[in-house]
Design a protein around this ligand. Structure first.
Ligand SMILES: Cc1ncc(COP(=O)(O)O)c(C=O)c1O
Length: 388
């Protein structure tokens, strides 16, 4: 890969610049802290302090707090793919699930396929593991199966990394028929699919297509090839560091051992609190408010882009998640654009952060998650002053 950690690091640099300088930030991949249910979570933590603090302070089960695993299994179960609590491993955010899968399945020099643009912290894990990253072309419906088939004639990937629903950075959604085809190809060519799914519950008007995990129950042989990773970072709060992975049975034990070697297990007081939070009904009650808030912001951003930049940028209406992906019709380098935008007090992430190689420099990512609608409209108006 030509990827350098410096490219992905641009995100943190721009986000921290925006925090220090003030202004309007479309930069971070952070959820809006105003949406953290601090009251509900405080009650849940208080219940831990009152009822199970001594137990939660001791070492616990490596795979995670059993009642939380049962909840996560139910959360991910569908008619076609029932998930048992024993299949779930609680991890420190989805990122640890990605890293665990990389450690278990790959060796230096192996090939990893990914659709691109791609989430840079996953790229970072692939880069550190010395993997050879290959981009599979995407269109409006996600990765293009024919392009994947062509690449499979010349490469033997160990892993296909994909964010099928409301991807970071481009908000794309992999169409259901293509999900099935990807599963068939994984069975036929014997590669694992690393399904990274932190955003699928953040849909706006209609739910996302079934996950690859769910569809793996319908495609013969596919259950053995899907590693599902997800997280409460975008649904509850990222500081909790609660994520989970559901590997196929043959990989489960090695995933547990790998996680054990890394950190023994994830922090138990937090897992107890999240379990209580869920049991109280507050999680289910709060999720629609997050969807509604992000949905309204996404519509505001899309509308402002159509009004002020429709002739100068290419972009698609977001259907969920936190991001819009833009490309300057006249080309150019979004890093130069960022410099001009900064002078207007607006921040975003240039596209170079999101490619394993050959970045499309005219692209950039806008997050609509943390800025209320009036700020979004003002920010897009200011961007319109500097985009050629
Ligand atoms: C696509 C994707 N995967 C994984 C993560 C990691 O999230 P966490 O480790 O907080 O669950 C993120 C965070 O931004 C993400 O966008």
């Amino acid at each position: 890969m030509d990827y350098s950690p410096e490219y992905g690091g641009i995100i943190y640099k721009v986000a921290s610049m925006a925090r220090q300088a003030g202004g309007i930030s479309f930069a971070g991949g952070y959820p809006d802290p105003a949406l953290f249910d601090t009251e509900g979570l405080a009650q849940a933590f208080n219940r831990v302090f009152r009822e199970s603090f001594r137990v939660a302070l001791q070492y616990g089960e490596r795979e995670g707090h059993p009642p939380l695993r049962a909840r996560l299994a139910a959360f991910c179960s569908t008619a076609s793919r029932a998930v048992a609590a024993e299949e779930v491993i609680v991890v420190n955010g989805g990122q640890q699930g990605i890293e665990t899968a990389v450690q278990v399945l790959t060796r230096r020099g192996d090939t990893v396929f990914m659709d691109s643009p791609v989430f840079p912290t996953a790229l970072q894990a692939f880069h550190l593991a010395g993997l050879n990253g290959v981009s599979v072309p995407k269109d409006a419906d996600g990765l293009v199966p024919e392009a994947l088939e062509a690449l499979l004639r010349t490469h033997r990937p160990k892993l296909f990394y994909v964010v099928p629903s409301y991807a970071n950075p481009d908000g794309s959604v992999l169409a259901e028929g293509r999900r099935r085809r990807l599963l068939e190809l994984a069975v036929e060519h014997r590669f694992h699919i690393l399904e990274d799914d932190p955003y699928s519950r953040l849909w706006f008007d209609a739910p996302a297509p079934p996950s690859l995990l769910a569809l793996s129950g319908e495609v013969p042989g596919a259950r053995d090839w899907v590693i599902h990773v997800s997280s409460l970072s975008k649904l509850v709060a990222p500081g909790l560091r609660v994520g989970w992975m559901i590997p196929p049975p043959a990989l489960r034990q090695e995933c547990v051992w790998t996680k054990l070697a890394t950190d023994i297990h994830s922090a138990l007081p937090t897992q107890h609190a999240v379990d209580h939070y869920w049991a109280s009904g507050a999680f289910d009650a709060h999720l629609p408010a997050i969807r509604a808030t992000y949905g309204a912001r996404a519509r505001a951003m899309h509308g402002a882009l159509v009004d002020h930049l429709g002739d100068r940028l290419a972009f698609a209406a977001p259907r969920g998640g936190m991001f819009m992906w833009c490309r300057m019709n006249r080309g150019g380098d979004a890093r130069d654009l960022l410099e001009a935008a900064q002078r207007e007090g607006v921040y975003f992430v240039p596209g170079i952060a999101f490619y394993p190689r050959s970045p499309d420099l005219a692209t950039f990512r806008l997050s609509f998650a943390t800025t209320p609608e009036d700020g979004i409209v003002e920010g897009i108006r200011r961007l319109a002053r500097v985009i050629p």
